[in-house]
Design a protein around this ligand. Structure first.
Ligand code: SF4
Length: 908
């Protein structure tokens, strides 16, 4: 056993397990004293530090050791999860967890000498570097790892290069016949699978979008609502893969959540069982900010990062050598890894700021982003997300690879995705990003960031006019907000015309605020009308400064286009690719600046009816984060229809709740189909689940609104009645935190652990993994959990909503409500939210569950959000508790909990 004691802290107590095998319960004060004297083995230091009330807790974290030894492998980061993955006995009681930690450390360290340790390559060199950084585990590793006979290959020489391939020919015109589509579906669902008429009808309906388009700009469009359990994914993958194989084109499948992207990645393996073919035919695409930038990593490894951030960089390098695709967010990099380092340095490892130097980068041929982009040009199925599809279309990126056959799954989110994608925001944070992009680092910034002049030095030296444009842009960018702009604004000392404008915006928002949120410390906003005096003057000055920056950037873009066309001697293929890449990020900045000017030009004049404009201050708990002017489309499906839908030949928008408990009119409006000149095809198939038998909705009538002790008490009693397995949904973070603080200890003492979004220092994906893995655990959260949680089986048997999920009555919502039919608009939104939340409970034919709303004021007209026939009853809390307890007893008698198995888990 390793010569270190271990520490385990939870809401129900703190234990130290000594090197002599003894275990002792101790107080918080004693624990803090011990860990500051001797390094202890522990699991998830930030989480344990939070339990101890000692945020600086550090030690020998088992998760860090796991990340070193088994990079890109999955583990649920809990004692039980670690025990399961390492093949150790799960501790029966919390007091035994400390001993498990020591066993886990021992098992992993012994694994360093195992012949079957597949991630051995690179470990020795990495351990040496980590030793120099004083990583707590490095000493143990160095004692056990043998220096390899041959020098180990450096990550950057090990990664495989992408190959340039000839552009793909245009797809053939084909019509899929039903017999072939159903045959393909049969192959995908497997021999002997149950007969699913709904799925078959769905698959043949989807096949129609692949028919040849009749008129340019008029795609074959299908709106399809397929109830949960239909087998929607295979239902559309069958015609999609068939069309792709017959016509030789790519089908893009776009999702909203990363969870569905992961699920699709798994399901598409059925189409291409051979791993090599699968990797060629199916490509997952995300925005570039998701991927590791190898140049940034190299910089971090060579001294760009120090302290803990440098340790993280080395663990990320270990992962990069074994990762499937270099996706850091929602890919195979464990979501918990970056939170162990308090996200210190994570963003600097991706290409968030568009500073990629393309072919000028020594790792260009191995770059994960380039690899995925090029692979998608040859793939049959591209699994993307709504944001990426829209951003590529809006910014004219990858035109030759634009999707022509598109399936929007989770289509009920299309509206919201478009809303954020096509919005404009002239704010301090946005402006400082552009300043940095032009000027480069002005302070001791981490990373290799460089300004425009350094990135385009060859343009400047070859083309005099281009060089002058770069210099003018550099000079003009100094008028944008710089470091510490928020401090200057709060001290009423703005610097430059744009900061002066933001100062006026701030004054006006505070002056006009009527929300009574000013003292609560949350975001504030005010309408952009009846503006006068100092704000108008500030707008004119800021517009002049922005225009002074836009003009040289446009000129630079023209010079670069000219250079690319002219093709001087020095411009070889890599230089051309770099120039094209730089031109694309330049035009994106120019579009942003033009959008700002359009927004400013309307201030003081008549409003544009297509847009909603307002002034805002972003705040959280009294701290200001951003200040600016916002512009959203009143109907953001207009730009999506123009840039994405009308350019395609076939589009399907599908979801289990596409009509949001309403009618087709809602689906047509929320998908943008109303903006097409022809009506879309519409298809619906209800869920095969027996909701009347499997579920029940309870409206609790005696928990008073605003009574926090009563709300917390209700949650605690319901969770106890159900024995955990509860998803608690909140509409306000503040109430979530209060309830959590009141009940977490009590629940832990009953052996029913609670986890919470916005409280636990764990990313949402990992929280869901933890919840799924432990049928006694409960999870509290907000919107992201309402829609994105797929937990079949016994781990989720009760959903408790604290109140009716009314839309936030902000300026944007008010405008859309006015345009969308008043309170009927609100009802449509709430029904859609309720339908999504309810949809979490029954994921399989044998699931059972209750949906509880703690709001006596719940209007009966919203009951139509739930599937037909679902029993709904209003009752006092005590009766609800009795009923849920009875359901639990029945479940236990009927032999549940059921097995839960997941494709991505493996034992070491
Ligand atoms: S090509 Fe760009 S994103 Fe890729 S590694 Fe190089 S700088 Fe980073």
């Amino acid at each position: 056993m390793p010569p270190y004691p271990s520490l385990h802290a939870s809401h129900s107590g703190i234990w130290i397990s000594g090197t002599d095998g003894s275990t002792q319960a101790i107080s918080k004060g004693q624990a803090i004293g011990r860990v500051s004297e001797t390094p202890h083995i522990l699991l998830n230091a930030p989480l344990m530090g939070q339990r101890l009330g000692y945020p600086d807790l550090s030690g020998l974290d088992l998760l860090e050791l796991f990340a070193f030894m088994y990079p890109a492998r999955f583990v649920v980061p809990t004692p039980a999860g670690l025990a399961k993955t390492l093949g150790l006995k799960k501790p029966e009681e919390e007091a035994a967890v400390g001993r498990l930690y020591r066993e886990a450390a021992w098992k992993m360290l012994n694994g360093l000498q195992a012949d079957d340790w597949i991630e051995k390559e690179g470990a020795w060199s990495s351990a040496q570097a980590l030793h120099r950084l004083r990583w707590p585990w490095a000493g143990e590793l160095s004692n056990r790892l043998q220096k390899p006979d041959e020098p180990e290959r450096w990550l950057f020489s090990k990664l495989v290069e992408w190959e340039e391939e000839a552009p793909r020919p245009a797809p053939k015109s084909v019509i899929l016949d039903n017999a072939h589509t159903l045959e393909k579906l049969n192959i995908l669902t497997g021999e002997g699978s149950e007969e699913r008429l709904g799925q078959k009808n769905y698959a043949t309906a989807v096949a129609e979008i692949f028919n040849p388009r009749r008129i340019k700009g008029a795609p074959n469009m299908l709106l399809a609502e397929a109830g949960t359990g239909i087998g929607k994914t295979l239902g559309y993958l069958a015609p999609a893969s068939l069309w792709s194989a017959t016509a030789g084109g790519a089908v893009w499948i776009s999702t909203f959540t990363k969870a569905l992207q992961r699920q699709l990645d798994r399901e598409t393996r059925r189409i291409y069982p051979d791993e090599q073919t699968f990797r060629k035919k199916v490509v997952v695409r995300k925005g570039r900010e998701n991927y590791l930038c190898l140049l940034n990593l190299e910089d971090a490894l060579q001294g760009g990062f120090t302290g803990r951030a440098a340790i993280l960089a080395h663990l990320v390098a270990r992962w990069a050598a074994y990762s499937k695709d270099g996706d850091m967010i929602g890919g195979d990099l464990p979501g918990w890894l970056t939170t162990l380092f308090r996200r210190n340095g994570t963003t600097a490892l991706t290409d968030r700021r568009g500073e990629c130097v393309y072919a000028g980068c020594p790792h260009f041929r191995k770059c994960f982003i380039e690899k995925s982009s090029r692979a998608s040009q040859q793939a049959d199925i591209v699994i993307a997300n709504h944001a990426l599809v829209m951003v590529n279309a809006a910014r004219g990126r990858e035109k030759q690879n634009a999707p022509t056959r598109l399936i929007f799954d989770e289509g009920h989110h299309l509206f919201d995705a478009a809303d954020s994608m096509f919005a404009a925001r002239l704010s301090g944070q946005e402006a400082i990003e552009i300043r940095r992009w032009v000027i480069g680092p002005e302070s001791r910034n981490r990373g290799r960031r460089r300004g425009l002049a350094a990135r385009l030095a060859d343009v400047a030296s070859y083309d005099e006019e281009g060089g002058r444009a770069i210099e003018s842009a550099r000079h003009a960018a100094e008028a944008l907000p710089g470091e510490a702009w928020l401090t200057r604004l709060s001290e009423r000392e703005p610097f430059g015309p744009v900061e002066a404008l933001l100062a006026e915006v701030r004054n006006m928002v505070f002056a006009r605020d009527e929300s009574q949120s000013a003292d609560a410390g949350y975001g504030l906003e005010t309408e952009l009308n009846d503006v006068e005096g100092p704000l108008i003057d500030a707008v004119a000055n800021a517009a002049e400064a922005i225009d002074a920056l836009l003009r040289p950037l446009v000129r630079l873009g023209q010079r670069m286009e000219h250079l690319i066309e002219e093709g001087p001697d020095w411009m070889d293929a890599p230089a051309r690719a770099r120039m094209e890449g730089a031109l694309s990020s330049l035009s994106w900045r120019c579009d942003t600046l033009s959008g700002w000017l359009a927004l400013l030009s309307r201030i003081g004049g008549p409003a544009d009816p297509d847009f909603v404009d307002w002034l805002m201050i972003d705040r959280f708990e009294g701290r200001e984060y951003d200040i600016g002017i916002c512009r959203h489309w009143l109907d953001p499906t207009i730009p999506v229809t123009e840039t994405v839908t009308k350019q395609a030949h076939g589009v399907m928008v599908t979801s289990a709740t596409l009509r949001g408990g309403g009618n087709w009119e809602t689906a047509r409006a929320r998908s943008g189909a109303v903006h097409l000149e022809h009506a879309p095809m519409e298809f619906e198939v209800p869920s095969p689940f027996n909701y009347p038998e499997q579920s029940k909705v309870i409206v609790v009538t005696d928990v008073k609104r605003g009574d926090m002790p009563a709300l917390a008490g209700a949650y605690a009693q319901l969770i106890e009645a159900s024995g955990g397995g509860t998803l608690g949904l909140f509409t306000a973070i503040r109430r979530l935190r209060t309830v959590y603080a009141r009940i977490a200890d009590r629940m832990a003492r009953s052996g029913l652990p609670i986890y919470a979004q916005h409280v636990d220092p764990i990313d949402t994906g990992t929280l869901v993994d933890i919840f799924r893995d432990d049928p006694k655990a409960s999870l509290l959260g907000t919107d992201a959990l309402r829609d994105g949680v797929d937990v079949p089986g016994n781990s989720l048997r009760l959903v408790v909503m604290e109140s009716v999920p009314w839309p936030r009555p902000d300026i944007l919502h008010r405008a859309r409500k006015l345009a969308g039919g008043g309170s009927a608009y609100d009802d449509r939104i709430i029904r859609a939210r309720l339908a999504q939340a309810f949809g979490r409970i029954i994921r399989r034919a044998d699931d059972q569950g209750h949906f509880v709303i703690l709001s006596s004021a719940f209007p009966s007209r919203l009951f139509s959000a739930f599937p037909d026939g679902t029993p709904i009853e209003r009752m006092p809390l005590n009766d609800a508790i009795t009923e849920i307890k009875a359901a639990k007893t029945q479940t236990v008698r009927s032999g549940l909990p059921r097995d839960i198995s997941f494709g991505h888990e493996s034992q070491i």
